[in-house]
Design a protein. Structure first.
Ligand SMILES: [Zn+2]
Ligand SMILES: [Zn+2]
Length: 255
């Protein structure tokens, strides 16, 4: 099992991160990617990842933080990208639901990160909420591979991602009774499917409402297997292999 997207730098893990990680390994996880939300956070994520070869990290700016980006942050991200252990750019993207940063700023900051991904050859982790049309347009023009994380978009965005060769990642939302996107979960080709916790957010059933943690990706895998009519152990192995391939980890660190 592999948690392809979580936020180990979050304050809510500060007091007991070692125990959280122990539970993840005990649950059968073999890898975790901790995702950055800003240039400073990317440095903190890198420092956590350095502690264990099973943990990897990304460098990038979340759309919520796009309004506070300064030019030197792009330099810091590019610099971090040369370090071993940084496996992707992100998370970046567009969030028109919360609109925490102006939309034109979000697009500009997203575009810059797509360019860094293209330059470095790293894949890009994309957050898209209530922004299907603009996200799809930017993916179409991007020269990078990527994943739509915690996918909650519509069929047009899904198909754009498929044509571009991108991956689709599902989080704990799929364990909720009101999960609306079952058709697209089922339509995701087996070799393009990733699973994630997005912890500490979005704890899956039966932990809903609590602080989420990487170990609970097991619940999301079980739900995905049920909804797709597949064997859970096989899906765990497949999505683990997909995550390793997506992040370029084949032959790196432990398996
Ligand atoms: Zn996100
Ligand atoms: Zn995230």
């Amino acid at each position: 099992m592999f948690d392809s997207h979580c936020h180990l730098t979050d304050d809510r893990f500060a007091a007991d991160l070692d125990e959280v990680l122990d539970r993840a390994w005990a649950a059968g996880l073999t890898g975790i990617v901790t995702i950055a939300s800003s240039a400073d956070d990317a440095r903190a994520a890198f420092d956590i990842a350095r502690r264990d070869p099973r943990i990897h990290s990304t460098a990038g700016v979340h759309p919520h933080e796009a309004g506070s980006v300064r030019p030197e942050h792009y330099d810091a991200i590019r610099e971090l990208c040369t370090a071993p252990g940084i496996v992707a750019i992100g998370e970046t993207g567009l969030d028109y639901h919360y609109d925490n940063s102006p939309r034109d700023t979000q697009r500009a900051v997203f575009q810059r990160q797509l360019e860094i991904a293209a330059d470095t050859g790293l894949p890009v982790v994309v957050h898209s909420r209530s922004a299907d049309q603009d996200t799809a347009a930017m993916i179409r023009d991007a020269h990078a591979s990527g994943v739509l994380h915690c996918f909650a978009g519509g069929v047009d965005l899904f198909e754009t991602a498929m044509v571009a060769g991108w991956f689709i990642s599902f989080a704990g939302l799929i364990t909720f009774r009101n999960f609306a996107n079952v058709d697209l979960l089922r339509a995701t080709p087996r070799d393009r499917l990733l699973l994630e916790t997005d912890s500490p957010y979005l704890a899956p059933v039966p932990h809903r409402g609590r602080r989420n943690e990487p170990a609970w990706v097991v619940e999301t895998c079980r739900a995905a297997a049920d909804l797709r009519g597949e064997d859970a152990a096989l899906l765990a192995a497949t999505t683990t292999a997909n995550a390793r391939r997506f992040y370029g980890l084949d032959g790196v660190g432990s398996t």
